[in-house]
Design a protein around this ligand. Structure first.
Ligand code: TTP
Ligand code: MG
Ligand code: MG
Length: 375
């Protein structure tokens, strides 16, 4: 305990991109801004069967939500002739997500990507446990995302992941919400209990039956009754969460899961003699980073941005974990050659390389390492 008390106050940021898939679509087609934009997962059964994946705030203000059947969304927007329905383009969102995560990672002592559009950043050390310094970090990363990626996000600042996440969700879009440790109780108390992270519709229903409406009600509920109603694990979680208590470390589980680099080609081209040197440079950069963190990889992917702004990704899985940059480059070249055949005619504008399924490598000394000592 003495040790814990001596360390600085934990300060965690939660960053969640605003209306992420729909914002990616707005970004590549700025003329869509101010239109209701609905990104859909079409099931293919009929022309309109499927559900809404994401909607921009114009559409949301008219009632459209993730998970809504497309037909319902169309009804809600029938008076809006300017509404735009688009199919999901996962490649594009994944590439964007990889770039966003790289940018955010640079702002954290410890980093954990929690979903395609969401991450936790432990900034305790770099902010010295000072909430004002942490808020400045949050402002700076929002600014960088805006200028470098033309994307907006909402950030929550809090003493743990739970409070940071709830703060990030509190005000959207383009929000910045701060929950100081001594304000946790007053921030939480008035919120409806279903807003507490981990309370689904089923638990919410049972809590309502017990007369529990707000997180404050839950916080003052007899812990014994909670355990009896929800079982040990969930009961204990609910009791602690309602008090705003959460000790989960950032990136406690897996650490980083991929390393990627992207470069713009000097001109739009299909000429491998122009593309290979760029790929080599990307592999070099990635190898340096992976070596520095003693990481090996089991999968290699290329991300290709075409002249028509569409994005393709191709991934290869290796038989086993390796640190060998020669294998990385050879695999990337093979993927590129296959892709060039598949997209006959189209030129490439940018190219990216990514390694994933990372693991701590038992260092095999490879020929490359003898030839090119790591820097
Ligand atoms: P969220 O961060 O939950 O939502 P969002 O980014 O669209 O909106 P917000 O401004 O409230 O953060 O999810 C991120 C992406 O995940 C979202 O853009 C699309 C996808 N998604 C689905 O495909 N289906 C779903 O039910 C949800 C919730 C999200
Ligand atoms: Mg989001
Ligand atoms: Mg999210």
């Amino acid at each position: 305990m003495a040790l814990a008390a001596a360390s600085v106050q934990r300060v965690i940021l939660c960053v969640d991109m605003d209306y992420f898939f729909a914002q990616c679509e707005e970004r590549r087609r700025p003329e869509l801004q101010n239109h209701p934009v609905v990104v859909c997962v079409y099931s293919g059964r009929t022309a309109t069967s499927g559900v809404v994946s994401a909607a921009n705030y114009v559409a949301r203000n008219l009632g459209v939500r993730s998970g809504l059947p497309i037909v319902r969304a169309q009804k809600l927007l029938q008076h809006r002739a300017d509404a735009v329905f688009l199919p999901v383009d996962h490649d594009n969102y994944e590439v964007t997500s990889a770039r966003v995560m790289e940018l955010l990672r640079a702002h954290a002592d410890r980093f954990e990507s929690a979903s395609i559009d969401e991450a936790f950043l432990d900034v305790s050390t770099r902010s010295g446990g000072n909430i004002h310094a942490a808020v400045e970090h949050a402002r700076e990363l929002k600014r960088q995302l805006r200028t470098q990626e033309r994307l907006s996000c909402s950030v929550g600042v809090g003493p743990n992941k739970l409070l940071a996440k709830m703060a990030a969700d509190f005000q959207k879009p383009d929000g910045l919400t701060i929950v100081r440790p001594d304000e946790a109780a007053s921030f939480f108390a008035p919120l409806p209990v279903e807003r507490l992270y981990g309370v689904g519709p089923k638990s919410a229903g049972r809590l309502h039956e017990l007369g529990i409406r707000t997180i404050g009600d839950l916080a003052s509920m007899d812990p014994a009754l909670l355990l009896k109603t929800f079982g040990r694990q969930l009961g204990r979680y609910l009791h602690r969460a309602a008090q705003g208590t959460d000790d989960e470390p950032v990136a406690g589980r897996e650490g980083r899961e991929q390393i990627s680099r992207i470069a713009t080609l000097k001109e739009d081209t299909r000429d491998v003699d122009l593309i290979y040197p760029v790929l080599e440079q990307l592999a070099q950069d990635i190898r340096q980073q992976a070596n520095a963190e003693r990481l090996g990889f089991r999968s290699v992917a290329i991300l290709v941005f075409m002249e028509d702004l569409s994005v393709r990704t191709r991934t290869a899985t290796l038989e086993r974990l390796t640190t060998d940059a020669t294998i990385m480059l050879r695999t990337a070249r093979e993927l590129l050659l296959t892709l060039l055949e598949e997209i006959d005619g189209l030129k490439l504008r940018r190219i990216g390389l990514r390694i994933a399924e990372l693991g701590v490598a038992v260092r095999e000394r490879t020929l490359t390492e003898f030839l090119e000592p790591s820097s």
